[in-house]
Ligand binder design. Structure first.
Ligand code: SF4
Length: 487
């Protein structure tokens, strides 16, 4: 099956339905349509129908013989929109469970921040037993995932408490990389072919930095994160100019962490590391993704596992004592034995933190196109066993899980988890995932978020296209000014 059509007779449920059905059918394109759209887009009948009327919701699958597996949920007297959504979500989950025989570890939770939900309930005073009953009744979450989310909520609490809700963290995006990874859906341009755009990009970025420095003259950032892309794709001279600009523009008195992604080992050398160190960068991230050479080739990364080992060596030599390593589970051709090997190699490198991603196959990635067949027959997958291998490896390195988020179309419908040794928790990661404070994000393809006291959140996007960003820098600045000047 390539396409699965789901019809729903009311607006407002599309996003959740799409996420839930996609989680049950990895690799299949799910189309959620209204009843009116059925004739044109699906040839008349849906594969699955969800009907919501005043006091009842219905779920049915369709075959040539008409509706099958019809089940219903009672909505009588339920007027709260959120509760109606939860009940419909549970009904659809049960229907899909009946159809496929599958259970999802996160149940009906489709949002990307399950820990934020759990932390909020704990803060509201829910005791362990009540929390368990609530999360299982409402969201059908597994015991294991609830235990993980609760543990992370507890571990990250001191970091959350250290961040002022009136303060902010600064994100700067550098959209250049040595080559494009097969699974990439970020704003990223090949460094060698965009050399002529690097100086104009920095100039535009500096105008954004001037705006942010002026707008936040009273208060410095709690954390700074320069990501992308691969910031270390810039030459040492450009990197130095960027870091000097950041350091001279913002008050560092509140600064708890300054991270630069040195993601690709083929983008760093001793000179760039010296530049980072002199600029008082406190944390870097070197991202192996896998330590298997065949996979690195397959996913379009032009470096070897030996390059990663060398990158760690020169970074240690340069004085970095807080290094993160990212890996991805569910890469094409990788199963438990490849993950085991990666973990053995990472343990030898002894990073201070490890971020374990489950591969998310995004619409805009080359992976979706090039491995379409593998994706649809489920050959690219993440498993409980692979997740366990990484959590056990992290524990052996003395790390605890401290942040977690989920994405759409994530392999195995699992999660991304950040592990770290005590005192090395990535502060920016907690700030952005738990939405504790505003994020001022500068550069192409970034998203700025204003977090108001009380938790309301407003966002504004910066255009992704590099040339458009250069043309519209002033407009992007105005968008941010409006966001932070508004009520
Ligand atoms: S390093 Fe990251 S941003 Fe760059 S191409 Fe690979 S996935 Fe994309």
């Amino acid at each position: 099956m390539d396409i699965l059509a789901v019809s729903v007779n009311q607006p407002g449920f599309q996003y959740e339905l799409h996420a839930l059905v996609s989680a049950f059918y990895p690799g299949v394109t799910v189309k959620v349509v209204s009843n009116d759209d059925l004739t044109s887009s699906t040839g008349g009948l849906p594969d699955i129908m969800v009907g919501i009327n005043g006091d009842q919701a219905l779920f049915a699958s369709f075959t040539d013989e008409g509706p099958q597996d019809v089940i219903s949920a009672d909505l009588d007297g339920v007027t709260d929109k959120a509760v109606r959504k939860q009940l419909v979500g549970r009904l659809v989950y049960m229907g899909l469970n009946q159809l496929t025989g599958k259970r999802l570890p996160w149940g009906t939770l489709t949002g990307i921040r399950p820990v934020k939900l759990v932390s909020g309930l704990i803060r509201d005073g829910l005791e362990e037993a009540d929390l368990k009953e609530y999360m299982q009744t409402v969201y059908m979450i597994s015991d294991e995932k609830l235990a993980l989310a609760s543990r992370i909520a507890m571990i990250q609490q001191p970091v959350v408490d250290s961040l002022s809700p009136e303060g902010f963290s600064l994100y700067i995006g550098i959209p250049f990389c040595p080559s494009r990874c097969l699974y990439c859906s970020f704003t990223s341009y090949p460094a060698d072919r965009c050399e002529d755009l690097m100086d104009p990009y920095l100039e535009a970025l500096f105008r954004e930095i001037d705006f942010a420095a002026e707008r936040f003259a009273e208060i410095g950032p709690d954390s700074i994160y320069i990501g992308g892309g691969t910031p270390t794709s810039l030459s040492p001279e450009r990197l130095c100019r960027l870091l000097e600009k950041v350091n001279s523009s913002f008050d560092r008195s509140r600064l708890k962490e300054f991270t630069v992604e040195a993601g690709r080992p083929d983008s760093i050398d001793a000179e760039k590391l010296r530049v980072l160190k002199e600029a008082k960068v406190s944390r870097i991230s070197i991202n192996p993704q896998t330590m298997n050479p065949e996979t690195l080739g397959r996913i379009g990364r032009k470096h070897t596992p030996e390059d990663i080992i060398r990158a760690f060596e020169i970074s240690r030599k340069a004085g970095f004592r807080n290094i993160n390593a990212d890996i991805i589970l569910g890469l094409p051709g990788e199963g438990p034995s490849e993950v085991k090997r990666t973990m053995e190699e990472i343990e030898k490198l002894s990073p201070e933190s490890l971020t374990v991603h489950s591969l998310a196959i995004k619409r805009s990635s080359k992976l979706k196109e090039e491995l379409r067949e593998d994706v649809s027959r489920g050959a690219i997958e993440n498993t409980e066993e692979m997740m366990r291998l990484t959590s056990e490896g992290a524990a052996r390195m003395g790390m605890d899980p401290y942040y977690l988020y989920r994405q759409k179309n994530i392999a195995g419908n699992f999660e991304n988890t950040g592990y770290a040794k005590a005192g090395c928790y990535g502060i920016y990661n907690v700030a952005i995932m738990e939405e504790v404070q505003s994020i001022v994000a500068l550069g192409a393809g970034t998203v700025t978020k204003r977090v108001y006291p009380g938790g309301r959140i407003e966002r504004c996007d910066t255009v992704k296209d590099l040339k458009l960003y250069l043309e519209k820098t002033d407009e992007m600045i105005e968008r941010k000014r409006k966001l932070f000047d508004g009520d």
